[in-house]
Design a protein around this ligand. Structure first.
Ligand SMILES: Cc1ncc(COP(=O)(O)O)c(C=O)c1O
Length: 393
């Protein structure tokens, strides 16, 4: 009989089990919502990126259904062959107007946008100067590009400057940061990095996945939030989080976009979005521009919940966004906290090494516009009960 060449995977999985880090997938019984049923338990959901509650917004649902009926369920091709519909072009034009840039290109996900772009615009002779906590998609894109990767300590523009000083004049460099860091909720050092990019003549890129729909006027992102229009060459945004659907985009100059159309491998070699996804995103932009109440509620809820966690005495790090980590140290502690919260009716995912540093395991909370204050208070009460029980507060 043939021996199993994948047996080593079982050994690795068993090691995870022994460390208590083998987490089952949590399964939603219905649609994504602030209060929902997960694994047949009714919970206040503090783990989605559905910041504005758009996954179930009636206008988005309607537009998706219209597109399904009139344009079908799929495109049957990659964008560069027969998979570009008028609705894809309309979405790119609309996003460019929204971001105040010349053009945009939509990818199948934010991950594909980051990885595809970094790998396309840099090559083996170039240097990438990257914040140590940048998203995995940036790291993968950097590796694929074969450029030299230099990492600076989190948000430390002084350290980034030292790296840039050592790069020979004339060598191409990309300076890159997340706009909002997904595990800590803090903001990238974008204004300082833009100054460095100007001084050293680097390409400046920001990944605004968690800032899209959350920061800046009508959710235009951190470039708008910091008043840096025209100073960031490559802006990545996502359509998968606050915008409620799926996809990522790159906003920048017309030349950048024309280049990515021809060189970004996920764009070239993977089928385009179903028209219903593009229609959903167009509706999301309409709603962002006409219904300010969702962002207002998101920020009200963010202030309420952060203040509540802080008052209970949890270590919530340095977050400035709706993402608030509850940092507890060891992985097993974070897992225990998350599991006990779940039993008490609150879903807040435990985040452990290697996603975060070994001694900085946490439970990550994300509030949305759809949470009621009663739901958030219920969650705070559960945090208090379990926090005391586990000796965290
Ligand atoms: C910082 C950051 N960038 C990019 C992405 C990828 O976005 P998407 O989910 O649209 O692929 C994520 C999603 O987890 C993220 O947190």
């Amino acid at each position: 009989m043939r021996s199993n060449p994948l047996a080593y995977l079982d050994a690795e999985l068993n090691a995870l089990r022994e460390q208590g880090l083998f987490r089952p997938l949590r399964v939603l019984d219905g649609e994504q919502a602030a209060h929902t049923s997960i694994d047949h338990r009714s919970v206040v959901n503090l783990s989605s990126n559905n910041y504005l509650g758009f996954t179930s917004h009636p206008r988005l649902r309607e537009r998706a259904l219209e597109a399904l009926t009139s344009l079908g369920v799929g495109t049957g091709s990659v964008r560069t062959i027969a998979g570009t519909m008028q609705i894809h072009m309309e979405l790119e034009r609309r996003l460019a107007a929204f971001k105040h840039t010349e053009a945009t290109v939509v990818f199948q996900s934010g991950f594909a946008a980051n990885a595809g772009t970094v790998a396309a615009i840099l090559g083996r002779d170039d240097v990438i100067v990257s914040d140590e906590l940048n998203h995995a998609s940036i790291i993968d894109g950097a590796r694929l590009s074969r450029a030299t990767i230099k990492v600076f300590p989190h948000r430390d523009a002084g350290a980034a400057r030292k790296i840039l000083q050592e790069i020979p004049k004339g060598q191409r460099a990309l300076l890159i940061t997340d706009g909002v860091f997904s595990m800590d909720g803090d903001l990238g050092a974008l204004p300082e990095l833009c100054d460095l990019a100007d001084e050293f003549g680097c390409i400046m890129m920001v990944d605004d996945a968690h800032a899209s729909g959350v920061f800046g006027a009508q959710g235009r992102g951190t470039v708008d939030h910091f008043g840096l229009h025209g100073r960031v060459d490559v802006q990545v945004g996502t359509l998968s989080k606050a915008l409620g659907a799926l996809g990522g985009y790159v906003a920048g100059s017309r030349s950048l976009i024309e280049f990515l159309y021809r060189r970004a491998r996920p764009f070239l070699f993977s089928t385009s979005h179903p028209p219903s996804v593009a229609a959903t995103c167009l509706a999301a932009l309409d709603v962002l521009e006409t219904e300010p109440q969702w962002m207002e509620r998101l920020w009200q809820n963010t202030r309420f919940f952060k203040a509540g966690l802080g008052a209970l005495g949890f270590n919530t790090g340095t977050s400035e966004s709706p993402i608030t980590p509850v940092i507890v140290g060891e992985s097993s502690r974070a897992v225990r906290l998350s599991d006990r919260l779940f039993e008490e009716g609150v879903f807040a995912q435990g985040i452990t090494f290697p996603t975060v540093a070994r001694d900085k395991a946490r439970v990550r909370t994300i509030v949305t516009a759809s949470h009621t204050q009663a739901e958030l208070q219920f969650a705070l009460d559960a945090f208090r009960k379990v926090g005391i029980e586990l000796g965290i507060i």
